[in-house]
Write a protein of this length. Sequence first.
Length: 231
Amino acid sequence: MDSIGKYGDSPFLYPVYGLGGLPESFSRLCAIHGGTYMLNAKVDGIEFAEGGEVHGVKIDGNLVKAPLVICDPSYVTDLKKTQVVAKVIRAICIMDHPIQNTKDAQSIQIILPQKQLKRNSDIYISMVSGAHNVCKAGLYLAIVSATVETANPQQEIQPAMDLLGKVLDVFITVSDIHQPVNDPAKENLFITSSYDATSHFESASQQILDMYEKIVGEKLEFNIEVTEDDY
């Protein structure tokens, strides 16, 4: 509610300098609560005790002990604790113009419904610009993403690419979507799923809530009334 009307008409916010601002914010909040944020630290692997539970994380040849570990699938691909359930295609497009018929919006999200495209899933377009300091003034950065459903992923996202118009350059990747198959209760190793094709972070946010409940044992309560003791 506090963000409505603060930056334009939309209540949705996008961090200046890109999504890297999110871990930066986390590191500051983490430090306030006594946490340590290690920068430029190469993770060599996750160490397990004889009983199969997590012992710690090996970083630059040193073992950092931990009672539990939370990570994404890229840290455990060699441990066979995830399985590939789908693929996602992403096209990062650099443009010198906003998307047509959007009233020259400097940032916008477009969702192409699956029924309209005769698909099983939606196609997403997320566009930001120099207004967010993710590129120089006058340039626009659009990301098209979709769950792969055929043997020709690039053709699948063509309807979204057509909406963008002429692009200066495009970078296309097709990535696996992993889901954990380990036993976190036994191993104290909590693995997230890979990012899916969605651009609004709804599934990622729900995954955070689910992960919190698995680790803590209760749901995260947002509707906590502030008392005088909290000031």
